[in-house]
Design a protein around this ligand. Sequence first.
Ligand code: MLT
Length: 408
Amino acid sequence: MIQINEHYTKLQSSYLFVEIARRVETFQQRNPDRQIIKLGIGDVTRALTPTVIAAFHAAIDEMARDESFRGYGPEQGYDFLREAIVAGDYRPRGVDVHADEVFVSDGAKCDTANIQELFDSAITVAVPDPVYPVYVDTNVMAGRTGAWQDGRYEGLVYLEGTPANGFVPPPPERAVDLIYLCFPNNPTGAVADVERLAQWVEYARSHKALILFDAAYVEFIRDPQIPHSIFEIPGADEVAIEFRSFSKTAGFTGTRCAYTVVPRACTAYRADGSGHSVRDLWSRRQTTKFNGVSYPVQRAAAAACSQEGRRELRGLSDYYLENARIIREAMQAIGYSCSGGLNAPYIWVDARGAGSWDLFELLLEKAGVVTTPGSGFGRCGEGFIRISAFNHRERVQAAVQRISSALS
Ligand code: MLT
């Protein structure tokens, strides 16, 4: 008898964004004439930039000729991209990352989902609350949790992000082994300063723990005091892995390219207490289970890392940050307090006593605007909604007008 992985049955019935899509579709079927504006899932709307497109086309032309055609590439990514990442994203900030510590992939979602399989099933995992659901669900699938109880999984340690701590939870009193952090944060838009990140690095070092640092939204940081990489904190290379993505940065949600930095110094432990290179484990995993990202996509991503490419990307993130300002100010003008939206493309709105799904439904029904209910990100997200700044300017402007009349 073929038996299922029973841990899957502990999962909530569907992934958050699938549930939202289902509700939106039901609404659209009931109201076929209503024009819906989507400020829910963080999906980019602006085209790939000229430098990226030129490199993409040129690489496709290479694939069209026998002399320059390429078959399987290296699973970890081509050297030209790994080196462009180091030169474009790390060296300018004085961070000492080497090309062979960069692993190119097709998404930060997949990497943050897959990385946990390198570690023992009995480790203690800490996740923020609110949290990007992938970190939680993949640990549930792997059997590291008990049942779902009162909006949480037994066995996970939840790091509560609240207005009081600015949605940047401090390290817990107790010992944990694996810690997920995401800054600029999805969903709250919060950023962590050097001091707070240094506390986490210190915690991880003293507990022999490992930090999984999701920096998918780094391109949106404008405050010069905010670190762009966890590796800006001394000693972090021994206790942290960093995930980055071209999705929100370069408009690659449909093109697919990301990378994970696993420093050579990063260490996890065997049962007998001896250290083991995490980089070697990840390399082993990727070379076995992953076939690499397509050559034209990697050429396009490398172009995004060039000087001209970076200038264009800045234009993209400026555009979405202006959308964020419009949303944030419109919500504040009608009396809703918000955080995020300054160094991040998400605005985290206090629902003023309403339930997250109630406000989500109200905005869908009355304004035809899709948001994301905060409770979908965890218990601490109840009473909030997340509004995404990823859409065309005129749609964002129309959405805030509709929201203002629906809520005023
Ligand atoms: C989000 O809206 O939270 C993100 O788009 C999800 C993702 O990047 O997978």
